[in-house]
Design a protein around this ligand. Structure first.
Ligand code: 5GP
Ligand code: ZN
Length: 113
């Protein structure tokens, strides 16, 4: 099984877990780009948002709601935060298992680089 994030779901690769339920797993990014930086992933493998269909609607909803909960757990609700989904080469995606970045703890710039 070659997918890094599937291996984190299977606990074959360690990660600092922030939240876990039946549908999703959230863990700290190993190379944080902000004081708080976590990744939220569906446990079911889905390569990218570009591959999502209506069949994945509930799973995508669970992932976004979990991102909201992770932001709350990290104490970002009041100060604000950003959710990011990179897709494909120009989007800067480097791990091909769908993930939502939760970034906060500093003023984030816009537009992104
Ligand atoms: P992408 O560039 O695909 O949107 O984001 C992938 C993210 O996964 C990057 O921010 C990267 O730092 C993170 N990452 C890559 N490998 C690992 C790992 O083994 N463990 C954790 N916790 N994060 C990882
Ligand atoms: Zn995977």
């Amino acid at each position: 099984m070659g997918c890094l994030f599937c291996n984190i779901v299977a606990k074959k690769i360690p990660a600092e877990i922030v939240l876990e339920n039946e549908h999703v797993l959230a863990f700290k990014d190993v190379n944080p780009q902000a004081p708080s930086h976590a990744l939220v992933i569906p446990k079911q493998h889905l390569t990218a948002i570009a591959e999502a269909t209506r069949e994945h609607a509930a799973l995508l909803g669970e992932t976004m709601l979990a991102a909201r909960e992770v932001a709350e757990k990290l104490g970002l609700t009041e100060s604000g935060y950003r959710l990011v989904v990179n897709n494909g080469a120009d989007g800067g995606q480097s791990v091909f298992h769908l993930h939502v970045h939760v970034l906060g703890g500093r003023q984030l710039g816009w537009p992104p680089g």
